[in-house]
Design a protein around this ligand. Sequence first.
Ligand code: GDP
Ligand code: MG
Length: 447
Amino acid sequence: MSKKNTEPTRLPKERALLVGVDIRGENSILNLEESMSELELLAATAGLSVVGQSTQKLDKPYVQTYIGPGKIAEIKALVEELSANLIVFDNELSPRHLRELEDDFGSGIRILDRTALILDIFAQHADTNEGALQVELAQYEYRLPRLTRYWTHLARQAGGGGGRTGSSGGVGLRGPGETQLEVDRRDIRKRVAKLKLELEKVRKHRQQYRIRRKRSGIPVIALVGYTNAGKSTLLNILSNSDVYVADELFATLDPTTRRVELPGGNIVLITDTVGFIQKLPTQLVAAFRATLEEIKEADLLVHVIDITHPHTFAQARAVLETLVEIEADKIPVLTVLNKIDKLPDRNMALEALTDFPGAVAISALHSEGIEALLLKLNGFLFENYIEITVNIPYKETALIALFHEIGEVSRIEQSENEVEIKGKIPGRFLAQFRPFRKMVKDEYDAD
Ligand code: GDP
Ligand code: MG
């Protein structure tokens, strides 16, 4: 459930001015305009009211203030004219940039960057204990090097209870000075250490659970995809359940797992995950390690793509890049093109399929193409045999026995410490053998 329902009286929306800089030669997935419209959606998701934007092209960021003095003057005038009280940068600001910009704009204006905004949204959506811990930790780690006198004493309000990052209250108060800053820093470090311990406990627990799940032999499918692609909608349709769906970025933060029966009676577990997004800072990816581990342990990934989005391809690329980053790129992927009901012409779905060979076109919302998808999942996990070569140490006797039991062995070679087995196994057993797999390219396609 969303926290929003339980929120007391709404505060007036903060008025945000968006600032984006195109740094020459910096290759990003979306161009400046695309990235700015995404930032706008992020801002709206965080509950801000976007009153205007300003962009600039630069060879490189200014060392002190990221943008140049001329641009600062221009933005000051805009802030005045539009009565903005918040500036959101699309680019990540270093601690120094933030400090100097705060000095320049003065105490009436709060300055955020994309990372802080995403953290803010995460804080609003973390509904489980683990999610809340992860967000709080990420917020502190982001904020520690950025603590300025504008921010002292604010940190402890962050995290957990859906608090807005550095939310109102602190703005305008020049803090009591460096000493207080030091106290705050020490407090935060202590809290960070404690959070890490707590998270470690949660992770151990989750790992135990995963080990048990693996023993049960039920294959796990993880839904991955750009935020807002329709993952949660798909999980609901597949499992007749009620996962929170919203036209917002990052509506789902904590992994939700459901049991789903495939045609023919085979059972699988399907996990909904946090959506990916371009420029998702590595520190955030790290903070969500536990969540993302669910993806890494899956037997099959279903990549949900919004085929009607103006930047479909860029989004798909961003997802694949994130998969590489979290080392989940060796897991077979089945691509699903979603929202075909929104296409002006159904033939466009066929065209899209030529761009994504082997994909399945569906409408999660209207439950179209779901049967074909389920059959494909069943085929991959339970019917098709996949060719692999593994090197298994002799001490893994159970695994060696398993290969003989469930697979078709075509060649065995013994060496001093391990046995190399070549053969075919059903898709649902791939994950167990993955750690011992000999890397041979082209073996990984789901189709
Ligand atoms: P997630 O972020 O990937 O989990 O996306 P959600 O499942 O929360 O869906 C995001 C938005 O897209 C919601 O407003 C959904 O109703 C909408 N949506 C999802 N699937 C479809 C679909 O097949 N067709 C249409 N028209 N909208 C969809
Ligand atoms: Mg979702």
